[in-house]
Unconditional design. Structure first.
Length: 411
């Protein structure tokens, strides 16, 4: 018996094709984007070209016009796309649209697929996701936005949302709201498709965050909006997955999301460590190069260890995902670990660069401000740790050992 870490040849081939696409087309195209009009023109040109080469929606099944890649191959491709901010956009693989495309494929009605999914698949529309409110985030069951049935035709929504990413460039919004107050807690909420712009869904502002933004950030959809929902009329046929199913529809996205974010984190951390290595091999203090100092070597060693652990975690998750195995425990462990890993490695690279690391002359400062959100989005650290810890105790009570909850089935 052997443990096989080999990436399949087809996955390597598609990764290579996408790598070339990003280097030959997306990175040079960035130069041509100076404002909204040029951005739209460049994205349209790239998309036409990408689609002609079958580089279109790597994660979407072939019958829906995508490339039909499995979790591992898709994650490898996403990592390449992360090299350019036009990468994912060029192949219609950008977040947060990607997650909703998967939701509509899995849970949409024929009507919803025809009316809402089709334009998303064709790259003609964009969609955002509005669940979080000022009133509730990690525990979304505290949501206050309500949806009340008005006859058989419509629901009327009232409330507020915030941190809806890309809302200001979206043509559609997936909005979660309470449809029931009596039933079990997780069955009181439903998801609605809202067509934008809409007088009942008013974007009050794009929230300023700690993340460093460039002049094009909001044109591309990098903003996070605060929204007022007032007497918003939504046709009953726009409810996704049925009434009360708002919380039941996320599981199928688990591997997709984790592998995608995880790969991005690894790519960023690797680049940060390379920048650190390039710097310490040149910089001299107190008569010696920094790379000759054991304290500095230890810092590099810690980063290398964390990167290695992260890569192994992702490979294991990809393996479980490819085989359709339950990976919720590993997923939560990796979610927290990878977010801390990238934070630690970028922070170390900044430290070793000294004031240069704190400046905007390297990309490190911008990365640092962006990745802080990783410990909050998709469930904050503490909520995942809470679940992981409970599973550890549960495993011990069931089996007399915690091994089953700590990757014990690996060895
Ligand atoms: C960059 C970014 C993009 C986002 N995009 C979207 C989007 O597109 N759509 C959307 O709907 N939402 C989005 N969000 C919101 C995100 O999902 C929430 O921020 C997240 O769920 C946490 O909710 P909260 O901010 O209300 O924190 P809270 O729920 O108020 O929690 C605050 C803190 O309390 C602690 N905590 C919470 N629960 C527990 C517990 N059980 N045990 C111990 N400690 C706990 C944690 O430290 C947590 O960080 C985005 C957020 C960010 C930062």
């Amino acid at each position: 018996m052997s443990i096989d870490f080999e990436i399949p040849a087809e996955a390597k081939a598609v990764r290579e094709k996408v790598r070339q696409w990003v280097h030959d087309e997306c990175i040079p195209a960035q130069e041509r984007v100076t404002d909204k009009a040029s951005y739209e023109k460049v994205v349209a040109e790239l998309r036409a070209k990408a689609r002609a080469q079958d580089l279109w929606m790597p994660f979407v099944p072939k019958e829906y016009g995508g490339m039909g890649l499995g979790p591992l191959a898709n994650a490898l491709v996403q990592m390449e796309l992360g090299e350019s901010y036009l990468g994912a956009l060029s192949m219609n693989s950008q977040g947060p649209d990607d997650a909703t495309i998967l939701t509509l494929i899995a849970h949409g009605t024929e009507f919803q697929k025809e009316k809402f999914l089709k334009p998303l698949l064709n790259g003609e529309k964009r969609v955002c996701y509005s669940m979080t409110e000022k009133a509730s985030g990690a525990d979304a069951t505290g949501m206050r936005t309500t949806a009340v049935k008005d006859g058989n035709e419509n629901y009327i929504l009232n409330g507020e949302k915030w941190f809806s990413s890309a809302a200001s460039v979206a043509d559609l919004a997936l909005v979660m709201a309470r449809t029931d107050t009596e039933g079990p807690r997780h069955q009181q909420f439903s998801t609605f498709i809202v067509e934008l712009p809409n007088p009942g869904y008013k974007i009050k502002r794009d929230i300023e965050t700690m993340a460093m933004e460039g002049p094009l950030s909001h044109i591309v959809g990098g903003g996070h909006s605060e929204i007022e929902i007032k007497d918003l009329v939504v046709p009953a046929e726009n409810i996704v997955g049925g009434e009360g199913k708002g919380f039941d529809m996320g599981q199928h996205r688990l591997a997709y999301g984790r592998l995608r974010h995880g790969m991005h984190n690894i790519a960023m951390a690797q680049r940060a460590l390379d920048l650190a290595a390039a710097h310490i091999t040149k910089r001299e203090t107190f008569g010696k190069k920094l790379d000759e100092r054991q304290a500095v070597q230890f810092m590099m060693a810690e980063c290398a260890s964390q990167l290695y652990i992260s890569r192994l975690m992702l490979l294991h998750i990809a393996y479980k995902a490819e085989k359709g195995m339950d990976m919720r425990q590993e997923n939560s462990i990796a979610k927290v670990y990878l977010a801390h890993m990238v934070h630690h490695v970028v922070d170390t690279a900044i430290q070793l660069h000294g004031a240069l690391g704190y400046s905007r002359d390297t990309p490190l400062a911008a990365w640092y401000t962006h990745i802080r959100s990783q410990r909050l989005v998709d469930g904050p650290d503490e909520v995942h740790r809470w679940t992981v810890g409970r599973n550890v105790i549960k495993a011990f009570k069931a089996n007399g050992t915690t091994a089953g909850a700590c990757g014990g089935d690996l060895l």
